[in-house]
Structure formats: structure tokens, C-alpha cells
Write a protein that binds this ligand. Structure first.
Ligand code: NAP
Length: 155
């Protein structure tokens, strides 16, 4: 982490971020540095994998650390109807999408963004899907829609 600070001093990087750090690791890493804050932690987060809501998200929010959610579409399974019988959670996602006038992918991404320190980095090889995923920004799910999604995809 001290070497990372030197990279900032040399102008080689602008900010320091980490990936897959727990709260304890964030604290240790920050303690090892004397000049610069950790600005970002890239971690797994999506409707199906909500574990970081227990401690990491509250800690990052309090410390002003951006949570960069990777695999926010659960490898595409929150974007495309499953080939096998769709579960009730998929139906709930689709219902909210219909009501919001958005696609399931846009709803799944926007749900991640409904927690304040979270940004998302979905991956796609397709321009059309990139445009679709960009449409996850600039609007908000209603509190009742968030509640329905969280009931369908419990922590
Ligand atoms: N720091 C880490 O440890 C770590 C670990 C894992 C991943 N990551 C990063 O996180 C980013 C994204 O995560 P990820 O690729 O694991 O998962 P993801 O973004 O949840 O899912 C990617 C999959 O979803 C499909 N997809 C994307 N948008 C779609 C849409 N609108 N409709 C239907 N399908 C869609 C993609 O297929 P197509 O490409 O065919 O569209 C791809 O198969 C990547 O940049 C990756 O490098 C970081």
C-alpha cells in the first residue's frame, strides 16, 4: 500500500483502489498508508449475491469508499430468462421491469445503484447490450419496487 502511495506521488496513478477487500483488510490497508485514502473497493454484488450489505456497504458508505459492483448481472442470469423453468424470483424481476418500462438487466443494475456508495461494471461484448445497460442510469426504482425485488432475492 505504501508503494501505491508512491505511484500517486510520481503521478503514475491518480487514486488508490482495491478489490475483494473485507472491512478488516480495508482497515489494515488504510492504516498502512499515511497520505491518501482508499477511494474504491471492487467486489461481487448483485441481486443474487447480497452478502456485502451486512458490513462492507455500511462501512464503505461511512468511509466515503465507492463500492464497484462486479458481476452485477450474475453472469447474465439476471438479464436473460433462464432456459429451465424460470423461478419466482425471475418472475418478480420481470414484473418490476414491465412496470418500470425497463428491461430486466436495467432493473437488476439499477437495483445495485439504489445503495448510495455503489457503482456497477457490467460486461458485454455487444454494442446493443452496452446501450441497454447504460439505460440503467438516470432513473430510480420506487421504494416499493426495491422492496419487492429484495423479497424475491433475499439476503
Ligand atoms: N475484481 C474481480 O475479482 C472481478 C471478478 C469478476 C469479474 N470482474 C469484472 O467485472 C466485470 C463484469 O462482471 P462479469 O463479466 O463477471 O459479469 P456480469 O457483468 O454480471 O455478466 C456478464 C455476462 O452478462 C451478459 N450480458 C451483459 N449485459 C447483458 C444484457 N443487457 N442482456 C443479456 N446479457 C447480458 C454478457 O454476455 P455478452 O457479452 O454476450 O453480452 C456476459 O455473459 C468485468 O469487467 C470483470 O472483469 C472483476
Amino acid at each position: 500500500m505504501r508503494a501505491m502511495e508512491e505511484l500517486v506521488d510520481r503521478g503514475m496513478v491518480r487514486y488508490i483502489g482495491v478489490s475483494n477487500f473485507s472491512v478488516g483488510q480495508l482497515q489494515d490497508a488504510q492504516t498502512a498508508m499515511s497520505k491518501y485514502p482508499i477511494v474504491c473497493n471492487q467486489v461481487l454484488y448483485n441481486l443474487k449475491r447480497r452478502g456485502i450489505e451486512r458490513d462492507l456497504i455500511p462501512y464503505c458508505e461511512e468511509q466515503g469508499i465507492t463500492v464497484m459492483a462486479y458481476t452485477p448481472l450474475a453472469d447474465g442470469s439476471l438479464a436473460v430468462r433462464p432456459r429451465a423453468r424460470a423461478g419466482r424470483n425471475w418472475e418478480a424481476l420481470q414484473d418490476v421491469a414491465r412496470e418500470a418500462g425497463k428491461t430486466p438487466a436495467q432493473v437488476a443494475l439499477n437495483w445495485c445503484l439504489s445503495r448510495s456508495p455503489v457503482v456497477v461494471i457490467p460486461k458485454t461484448n455487444s454494442v446493443a447490450r452496452t446501450e441497454e445497460n447504460c439505460g440503467a442510469s438516470g432513473w430510480r426504482l420506487t421504494p416499493s419496487q426495491v422492496q419487492r425485488l429484495e423479497a424475491a432475492f433475499p439476503l
